[in-house]
Ligand binder design. Structure first.
Ligand SMILES: NC(=O)c1ccc[n+]([C@@H]2O[C@H](COP(=O)([O-])OP(=O)(O)OC[C@H]3O[C@@H](n4cnc5c(N)ncnc54)[C@H](OP(=O)(O)O)[C@@H]3O)[C@@H](O)[C@H]2O)c1
Length: 372
């Protein structure tokens, strides 16, 4: 029997007819993931700023209709509601979806083993996620946050074991220093264990610090980058700017002091620049912000994880697939948001000390790719 395509409605048209979702290979594997991933942190209203189940259903439908197949949740999101909702919504076409979830955040704060990256936490968290998701396997299982107490050997061996049980197909790691990820991958490669296929990190015009170590590492080690917070949690959506009143019905407003801390002068100026580029080219600010992340493919294979609280927001954001920023637009955004790479990247004398007078005579395809 032919495989069922997403409710057979893929091109029924939630979106712009020029929009084509393409697919990328996850890390050094053959798994095809859509070039945008749908984030489900907003699924469930348990935290006071998410979406009820009916709206989540509409969001998943819009994403599936546009050709999206990659969905991201975590055991921690909305206290488990996100996983339950995602599981129910994709159940009828489970095999079609690339379902990813995460573990390590503490689900039982009174219990010292209620979180962490260690084997006990992993095995228990995985079984609990499978139950909430109502599935027998996770496509991509992420280490959510670095756990400094768990040795890297324990982590990758235990991940390899859960892959061998068939409960997990691929593994990834999120929010972890580059040296630890590199060490884990080196050991996995040497020992023939499952290597990470993905790296999940924050990346947006507001936060480019991952350009120092994490993005170059991902490129060198062939990790697909799932970029979270590409809209700055809502800051780059046209609702914020130095010239705008603070809107009320937003996640940033709902998260009180934390949300307020996001609204620094510099970040609002970046929002201004995004708003201006969007207005000039007749796009929405969200589309411009996502288009910028997508434009950074020379730095690695980058898949923005797009979050939405309403179907209309996601439909708008999906319009980014039709946008290619001009060199002039990229340059304007670059001037405002570029970061200092710091030592040793900007140790200017280093190259001359190594190459002598021959630097410009050496063709290095690897370096050309990494610094493109
Ligand atoms: N690994 C990690 O540590 C980590 C951390 C954070 C997130 N993530 C993952 O990344 C995903 C995305 O993160 P995020 O939600 O912070 O991403 P985001 O894309 O930066 O922000 C999404 C928020 O922006 C607003 N929005 C989205 N589209 C809009 C539009 N077209 N017009 C107006 N407003 C719009 C909504 O906020 P309002 O609610 O204000 O309307 C929405 O909740 C999460 O769902 C999760 O899967 C991972």
């Amino acid at each position: 029997m032919m495989a069922v395509f997403y409710k057979s409605t893929r091109f029924l048209g939630c979106c712009d007819s020029r929009m084509t979702m393409r697919y990328k290979l996850l890390g050094r594997t053959g798994l095809r993931v859509s070039e945008l991933c749908l984030g489900a942190m907003t699924f469930g209203d348990d935290w006071g700023w998410g979406a009820p189940k009916e709206e989540c259903a509409a969001i998943v439908d819009a994403f599936g209709e546009a050709g999206g197949n990659f969905i991201d949740t975590a055991n921690y999101y909305t206290g488990g509601s996100s996983e339950r909702i995602v599981g129910e919504l994709i159940a009828s076409e489970r095999e079609h979806w690339v379902l990813s979830t995460k573990y390590t955040l503490n689900m039982h704060p009174g219990d010292p083993n209620g979180g962490g990256a260690h084997r006990k936490s992993m095995v228990q968290a995985l079984d609990a996620s499978l139950k909430r998701l109502g599935t027998e396997y996770i496509d991509v299982y992420w280490v959510h946050i670095w756990d400094p107490h768990t040795p890297v050997e324990e982590l990758i061996r235990a991940l390899d074991d859960v892959v061998r049980t068939g409960k997990v197909l691929y593994v990834g790691i999120s929010d972890t220093p580059a040296w630890i990820v590199s060490q884990a991958i080196t050991l996995a490669d040497l020992l023939g264990w499952t290597r990470f296929a993905g790296l999940q990190i924050p990346y947006s015009l507001l936060d480019r610090t991952v350009e120092r170590e994490l993005l170059p590492m991902a490129q060198a080690l062939e990790l697909t980058v799932a970029a979270w917070g590409p809209l700055g949690g809502g800051l780059l959506t046209g609702r914020y700017g130095t010239d705008r009143d603070r809107p009320e019905d937003t996640r940033i407003a709902a998260t009180g002091a934390h949300g307020e801390s996001q609204l620094t002068e510099r970040r609002l100026e970046i929002a201004d620049a995004v708003n201006a580029v969007a207005a000039e080219r007749g796009a929405s600010p969200s589309q411009v912000a996502i288009a910028w992340v997508r434009s950074q493919q020379a730095r690695g294979v980058i898949v923005p994880i797009v979050g939405a609280r309403r179907r209309g927001q996601l439909e708008d954001t999906l319009g980014a697939l039709t946008i290619e920023l001009t060199l002039d637009e990229l340059d304007r955004l670059e001037q405002l948001t570029r970061i200092e790479l710091g030592f040793p990247h900007d140790f200017g004398a280093g190259a001359r000390l190594v190459d002598g007078d021959n630097g410009s005579l050496i063709d290095d395809r690897r370096l050309a790719r990494a610094t493109a």
